[in-house]
Design a protein around this ligand. Structure first.
Ligand code: SF4
Length: 347
């Protein structure tokens, strides 16, 4: 296994992509990019990353940002607890570490939202600490190289691979970790046949040699996502629309939402529902179904756009253009934004 380290580093030096967070070794920049990259594609992250650092260029700025602005900067990235944890960690860094990122793996791991992978990535890339950063890409590449048929979703498999990497990680820990991750992203592909002919590890890879790349990595999913049905109402009164702020705890806490109820409501029952909210409908448009998948829940949503003759004092009524400027709308609801304006079909 030791032989793979120089191969990974050489490949990385020759093939690495130019990415905004690779322009310097600023630990704050690396931290923000790593958190944004969890569950989000690199191309999509670039614009969020640049905007975030333009508005919050230092850890002190992040520690002092108000929550509305923070969530607005994060809007569209999803998993909003990540943004809140960034702020909490920034406050701790300001109070306990004089505004400078802690410089080693163990201290980084104590911060909210920084797990083993992120601590490993920051410690190795910014501070050259010889610690692995094991994400899904790394698990896949190493499982294939060693021909392991163990379930990579199990903690013990991750721990075994982490221990293995600890033994071989070289002084160039930054190049090694980044190289391994990039091979996973671009060569040893997750959802398509791996590009073994282009892989620097192909002469050392058991999965390649024994034709096991369609079996490894092994992933045994246990839990099925819960499905929740919802009806979403785009309530329009003149140039205003209705929204609400979600509760301070639970899924999508404190973010804004279009008015919605649990379950699918049929069109014939809408007028009655409007009356319960002290509203009178003028025109109802069935917007059809959309789906949003969270980690543990899937929302199946039925939408209606309803033009109203009046508004009530139960909801927050905002001008349509304020939604983009001021209110953080999670992706599950942002999917309905295109239905705020009348469609050609309606006219
Ligand atoms: S040789 Fe193929 S399967 Fe093995 S690590 Fe490289 S890309 Fe993945």
């Amino acid at each position: 296994m030791k032989e793979i380290a120089p191969l990974i580093i050489n490949w990385y030096q020759e093939n690495k992509r130019d990415l905004p967070w690779r322009e310097d070794k600023n630990p704050y920049h690396i931290w923000i990019s790593e958190i944004m990259l969890q569950q989000t594609r690199i191309e999509a992250v670039k614009k969020y990353y640049e905007r975030f650092l333009k508005d919050l260029p230092t850890i002190v700025d992040l520690a002092n940002v108000d929550e509305e602005k923070l969530l607005k900067l994060w809007e569209g990235l999803g998993y909003y607890s990540r943004a809140r944890n960034l702020k909490k960690s920034a406050q701790i860094i300001v109070e306990k570490y004089q505004g400078k990122m802690p410089e080693n793996y163990e201290e980084l791991l104590k911060l909210p939202g920084i797990g083993e992978y992120t601590a490993g990535a920051i410690a190795s890339i910014a501070f050259l600490e010889r610690v692995p950063a094991v994400d899904g890409n790394v698990l896949r590449v190493i499982s294939r190289v060693i021909g392991s048929k163990k379930d990579i979703l199990l903690l013990e498999t991750k721990q075994e691979i982490t221990e293995l990497l600890k033994e071989i990680i070289p002084v160039e820990a930054d190049l090694f970790n980044e190289g391994l991750m990039e091979i996973g992203e671009r060569i040893c592909l997750p959802n398509a046949a791996p590009l073994c002919d282009k892989c620097p590890l192909c002469n050392h890879c058991i999965a390649k040699k024994e034709k096991l790349t369609n079996i490894i990595p092994v992933r045994i999913k246990k839990t099925k996502r819960k499905i929740e049905d919802k009806t979403i109402f785009i309530l329009v009164y003149q140039d205003e629309i209705a929204i609400l702020q979600r509760p301070a705890t639970g899924l999508l806490a404190n973010l804004y939402e279009f008015i919605n109820i649990d379950g699918f409501m049929e069109e014939k029952d809408i007028k009655e529902q409007m009356q319960k909210w002290n509203l009178e409908s003028q025109k109802i448009t069935n917007l059809g179904r959309k789906k949003h998948i969270f980690t543990h829940i899937t929302w199946e949503m039925q939408g209606y756009r309803i033009e109203l003759k009046n508004k009530n004092d139960l909801f927050i009524w905002i001008k349509k253009d304020e939604l983009d400027k001021t209110y953080a709308l999670p992706t599950a609801f942002a999917k309905w934004k295109e239905n705020i304006e009348r469609t050609l079909f309606d006219l």
